[in-house]
Design a protein around this ligand. Structure first.
Ligand SMILES: NC(=O)c1ccc[n+]([C@@H]2O[C@H](COP(=O)([O-])OP(=O)(O)OC[C@H]3O[C@@H](n4cnc5c(N)ncnc54)[C@H](OP(=O)(O)O)[C@@H]3O)[C@@H](O)[C@H]2O)c1
Length: 165
């Protein structure tokens, strides 16, 4: 099972605060949609709650929780990464997209082959959730596309693809 991370992180690797994102970047949401459409997406219980407990449409939403009782409409709940893998494999997928948050990225990053990173060119000092350090000894950038801020995007940002070395 190929595992690919999709994440938007600031210059200081901030990804969230108070269980919310730190920015609204419509083009990043489109990027996420393009990279994940039709594929199983795995996220932590807190990230799912940050979406208002609503699944992302057009994708199989797998939510990981240690609770045997957590459930919500339109999602598959798993209690381990192994069960997420098993579910995706048994539904004939060969790629699973990992949507965070930090707790999930930290545990799974070493098992992932791709990182689709939106680098938001700003430093968020007061964030409370961070993406792990992207170690350039282990990861190689193979694509970068820069975008400048505009009326809909408060910050400059770059879409990047990193692959495991
Ligand atoms: N910028 C981005 O790209 C991006 C993407 C996603 C999320 N975010 C942000 O990240 C923040 C949320 O991240 P987070 O790190 O606090 O939480 P999270 O990773 O979304 O969820 C953590 C929860 O997932 C479950 N979990 C994680 N690993 C597990 C395991 N091995 N086995 C069983 N359950 C497991 C646990 O749920 P239980 O407590 O129910 O057991 C845990 O409390 C929010 O601010 C969100 O907006 C940002």
């Amino acid at each position: 099972m190929i595992k690919s991370i999709v994440v938007a992180a600031s210059e200081n690797n901030a990804i969230g605060k108070n269980n919310q994102l730190l920015w609204h970047l419509p083009n990043d949401l489109k990027f996420l949609k393009n990279k994940t459409w039709g594929l199983p997406v795995l996220m932590g219980r807190k990230s799912f709650e940050s979406l208002g407990n609503k699944p992302l449409k057009g994708r199989i939403n797998i939510v990981i929780s240690s609770s045997k009782f957590f459930k919500a409409d339109g999602i598959v709940v798993v209690n381990s990464f192994r069960d997420a893998d098993f579910f995706s494999k048994s539904n004939d997928y060969n790629e699973m997209m990992i949507l965070g948050g930090a707790h999930v990225y930290e545990q799974i990053m070493n098992d992932c082959e791709n990182i689709y990173l939106t680098r938001v060119h700003h430093v968020f000092e007061d964030a409370d959730t961070f993406f792990p350090n992207l170690d350039e000894k282990k990861w190689k950038q193979v694509w970068n596309e820069d975008h400048t801020a505009d009326e809909k995007h408060a910050y400059d940002y770059s879409f990047q693809h990193w692959v495991r070395k």
